[in-house]
Design a protein around this ligand. Structure first.
Ligand SMILES: Nc1ncnc2c1ncn2[C@@H]1O[C@H](COP(=O)(O)OP(=O)(O)O)[C@@H](O)[C@H]1O
Ligand SMILES: [Mg+2]
Length: 416
């Protein structure tokens, strides 16, 4: 099968790495790709958010499956355009991707599907929202639209919440806001490969959003992840599949917008059970990097089956032990990441894997920093601690000016 992976981050590098091992693969391309994916598959130039361009590229290369990594192409309708052209695609149509693109829509779907989630009021009148917030206590204020991790404020008081409404109202994404019941508990990500009706779970994982060790410092796109995050039993995960994933798929299908792709549930494990904080319409980054390392199954038939509406509904085959992925971020990330530093030590990594994201080649062929999150260094081990130590050792061999990394990825893992 001829496969095209769309995107240029660590998630897409990891997907390409995993797909490249599939016996049924005959050709693999990544568009636009990065210096890391180039070692696996040729890069094709494309603007991933231009549906007609992606369709033309897929036709040119006789692609039989497109795997869409990031959310922006999905929201832009790349899934719709490919399907309309008869090209199977792993990734939902824009109407179904709204489950990520609009938190109000996601809430509506969850209520209709009976999925456990925080109670919320949706406001399009921001003055009314600010008044409502000011009159109450601790609450979570969320911008409806995509806000690159800057659209949520967990407020400790009514005054702070009202202030958050005004601040979010300055963003295009914040013209509609949600005032949401504030929950508490550890967080966990559960992703499923979906074919519109069926769902196969990937191992549960935990991301680390803050820049610094101990979950301090500013929010980022994610500084590392590990899997499996055993905060739930296998029976509880099966319950998530049946009581979160399947009803959500059923509700989307009932509305005529079946979801074919990766459904990502951000969960909070509250004293009254797991509740969904948000859905994403694609795989997480950096979670995918460790999930691909943990997956023993052949990924290609699963993604192809999901794209065609014929996913084999059986548990995913996974490796024993744990995977830890540590992000190496650029100097100045997340506020003002600095590009241009030469990266050294990329060659010798033992059995750790290094997935590229914000890298490019300069005129002399050296790999340099070109984005905020530069690399994800991943390793497996019998325990989270062992995997973390291996990943840290491999990470320490890779250097560039101002490199930032966390040394505590996986700290939320339950003691074995
Ligand atoms: N209802 C809630 N109660 C408590 N904390 C929340 C709630 N909703 C979100 N959060 C916190 O805010 C973070 C971001 O919210 P989320 O809904 O995942 O939005 P996004 O990832 O789009 O920024 C969550 O990871 C969680 O830590
Ligand atoms: Mg989130």
């Amino acid at each position: 099968m001829r496969v095209l992976v769309l995107g240029s981050g660590g998630r897409e590098h990891a997907l390409a790495w995993k797909l490249s091992q599939s016996p049924s693969l005959t050709a693999l391309f990544v568009a636009p790709g990065n210096p890391g994916t180039e070692a696996i598959a040729p890069s094709l130039a494309v603007e991933p958010t231009k549906p007609a361009d992606v369709v033309a590229l897929a036709k040119l290369h006789h692609i039989e499956l497109v795997v869409v990594g990031p959310e922006a192409p999905l929201v832009a309708g790349v899934g719709d355009a490919l399907r309309a052209a008869g090209i199977p695609v792993f990734g939902p149509d824009a109407a179904a991707a709204r489950i990520e693109g609009s938190k109000a829509f996601a809430k509506e779907i969850m209520l209709a599907a009976g999925v456990p989630t925080a109670g919320a009021h949706v406001f399009t009148d921001l003055e009314a929202a600010a008044r409502h917030a000011a009159a109450g206590g601790p609450i979570v204020v969320k911008a409806d639209g995509l806000a690159a991790g800057k659209g949520v404020v967990v407020a400790d008081s009514g005054a702070e919440a009202a202030e958050a409404v005004r601040a979010l109202g300055k963003l295009p994404a914040g013209q509609t806001v949600l005032l949401e019941e504030r929950l508490s508990g550890p967080e966990l990500s559960v992703m499923a490969l979906c074919d519109g009706e069926r769902a196969v779970l990937l191992p549960p994982s935990q991301d680390h959003k803050r820049l610094l060790d101990g979950d301090r410092g500013p929010n980022t796109g994610g500084m590392g992840a590990y899997a499996p995050a055993r905060l739930l039993t296998d029976a509880q995960l099966e319950q998530i599949r049946r009581e979160v994933m399947l009803p959500t798929l059923k509700e989307l299908a009932r509305r005529g917008t079946p979801f074919r792709g990766a459904l990502y549930a951000g969960l909070m494990l509250t004293p009254s059970g797991p509740k969904v904080l948000e859905f994403n319409a694609r795989l997480g980054d950096p979670e995918t990097q460790v999930l691909m390392m943990q997956t023993a199954d052949d990924l290609l038939p699963l993604l192809h089956g999901a794209a065609l509406g014929a996913l084999p509904e059986r548990p995913l085959k996974v490796h024993d032990g744990y995977s830890v992925g540590i992000v190496l971020a650029a100097q100045g990330y997340p506020d003002a990441p600095k590009s241009g530093a030469i990266i050294s030590g990329l060659e010798a990594t033992g059995d750790a894997l290094v997935f590229h994201a914000g890298t490019k080649r300069d005129a002399r062929g050296s790999v340099i920093v070109s984005g905020g999150r530069v690399l994800t260094v991943c390793a497996r081990g019998a325990t989270v601690k062992l995997a973390q130590a291996k990943a840290l050792e491999a990470a320490s061999a890779i250097t560039f000016e101002g490199r930032q990394l966390r040394r505590d990825i996986g700290h939320g893992a339950p003691a074995a």
